[in-house]
Design a protein around this ligand. Structure first.
Ligand SMILES: Nc1nc2c(ncn2[C@@H]2O[C@H](COP(=O)(O)OP(=O)(O)OP(=O)(O)O)[C@@H](O)[C@H]2O)c(=O)[nH]1
Ligand SMILES: [Mg+2]
Length: 467
């Protein structure tokens, strides 16, 4: 049997939250109403298909006094106590009065360790003593977790009480705990029972290795998305009538540009979903954060200011030179600058933020022979474009990777007005990325540049964003 821990306590103390955090399961029901969990449920944390440990979510204690009375009326010596608890469960399986107690004691009798959860922001009281005694009667290894739900601080009095019944007492913030804190808690589990030491150590190693793998996979997804978006184009047949009327051609360009932007948005969304899946956060909401920056559309000045490079950074990293020196728009037919002043400013929400001239996307006319001509819009040429995409992906990854599975509100990003995300990127890495972006903007199929990008993104994911 893998190390298994039954998470028990009174209703609404964060038991399910602790299970969700440690089992990395975002589907477990967590709610502010007591009695959310009605039956005991096993959740196994597996890595690469290998079960590592299991948590049992249970309903809260309801009638500890009655249970204890029943137990005390039956056992005479300490060594008989666990058997008497087992008998209690056996005899009350179908008794609705003790439904919750049978659900929570069952897994313990079956061999689970006990994680007893209390809320350290509420005062200690004698009613808890009864359930601690019931747990003590089971004779199973047990640890107490002081969760912090509200604002009060009664941790010291809780500690004094819990120390009497539990070999290990820890403060553990179910919703706020980050990866390191979770590992520390797992290591404490290993101390509860000699038999759990080796499997828990294996689990800690597996989790650590898995975390590195996840970052690598996420970096690859982000790099793939960048490459796809840097090379993305939209094409449509260009009729003679379209070609000869400036208005009609501009209208077509506008439509294609809109399609290009949709394509980029979709591809970005797809990459976000994949990164969230890697971290088992498939259902984490992003759209509720509409007011928040991460949800801002990629094609806004605000997003570009925040996530991209500043003008100075663009120059210093060398990202600007080529694209801006090249300056104009690549028009193969007509010789006119199709995009300049053609309403693209309005389409993209102001050209100022693109930091590199007015050009957003390249416009080309392709193929003048048999198949007829085509108008092509894209790829996006603005020098800051890959930086904005990368900055957004970086922040999203950070939020997802750090996020604990008990936390259910939508993601939000708090960054100061003045903060500039990319300030946190080491100069060397920024220069390397600029070089790779330039290579990819020139040739999105450049295989070496693609590999370099995946590596550089992986390095970036390990950097703490500024702001
Ligand atoms: N701020 C904060 N809220 C928490 C924490 N842990 C739990 N909560 C909240 O407390 C409420 C109850 O959490 P649950 O995990 O459902 O509690 P439970 O003990 O499983 O409750 P029952 O299943 O009803 O017995 C939820 O609204 C949680 O979001 C915490 O560490 N910090
Ligand atoms: Mg619950």
């Amino acid at each position: 049997m893998i190390p298994t821990f039954a998470v028990v306590g009174q209703p609404n103390k964060g038991k399910s939250s602790i299970v969700a955090t440690l089992a990395e399961d975002e589907r477990i029901a967590i709610a502010p109403t007591p009695g959310t969990t009605r039956t005991a449920h096993h959740y196994t944390l597996s890595i690469d298909g290998q079960p590592q440990y299991a948590l049992v979510d249970t309903p809260g204690f309801q009638r500890a006094r009655a249970v204890l009375d029943w137990l005390e009326a039956r056992a005479t010596t300490a060594q008989e106590r666990p058997a008497v608890v087992a008998r209690f469960v056996e005899e009350h399986r179908d008794d609705p009065r003790f439904h919750d107690e049978c659900e929570l004691l069952g897994p313990i009798i079956d061999g689970a360790g006990i994680l007893y959860v209390v809320d350290g922001t509420k005062p200690y009281g004698p009613e808890y003593e009864l359930e601690m005694q019931v747990l003590q009667w089971t004779g199973r290894p047990r640890m107490a977790l002081i969760n912090l739900i509200g604002d009060g601080d009664f941790v010291d009095e809780w500690r004094r009480a819990l120390d009497q019944y539990f070999s290990i007492v820890r403060v553990f913030d179910a919703v706020g705990a980050d990866f390191g804190t979770r590992l520390a808690l797992l290591r404490a589990f290993a101390e509860l029972d000699e038999g759990w030491r080796a499997p828990i150590e294996r689990a800690v190693d597996a989790l650590t290795a898995e975390r590195e793998r996840r970052a690598r996979r996420a970096a690859a997804e982000i790099a793939d998305c960048l490459v796809a978006c840097l090379g993305m184009v939209e094409r449509a047949p260009l009729s003679d009538a379209d070609a000869s009327s400036t208005d009609r051609r501009r209208e077509l360009e506008g439509r294609l540009l809109e399609r290009l932007r949709d394509g980029i948005r979709d591809r970005e969304r797809e990459a976000r979903d994949r990164v969230q899946s890697i971290y088992r956060h498939q259902n984490l909401q992003r759209h509720d954060v509409a007011a928040e920056l991460l949800a801002t559309d990629i094609f806004t000045d605000e997003g570009w200011e925040l996530f991209g490079l500043s003008r100075t950074e663009l120059v210093v990293s060398g990202a600007l030179s080529g694209a801006v020196a090249g300056g104009g728009i690549d028009v193969l037919l007509g010789g006119a600058s199709l995009l300049l002043g053609s309403g693209i400013g309005a389409l993209v929400g102001g050209a100022g933020a693109w930091f590199g001239g007015n050009e957003l996307a390249r416009v080309k006319v392709l193929g003048q022979s048999l198949g007829g001509r085509k108008l092509q819009v894209g790829p996006v040429r603005a020098p800051n474009f890959p930086w904005v995409m990368l900055g957004r992906a970086w922040v999203h990854h950070r939020l997802v990777a750090e996020r604990n599975h008990a936390r259910r509100e939508a993601m939000s990003l708090s960054m100061g007005e003045e903060s500039h995300l990319m300030d946190g990127v080491p100069d060397r890495l920024r220069k390397d990325l600029a070089g790779t972006f330039k290579a990819l903007q020139k040739d999105p199929e450049d295989g070496q540049a693609r590999r370099r990008l995946a590596e550089q993104v992986e390095t970036l994911l390990g950097v703490e964003p500024a702001g």
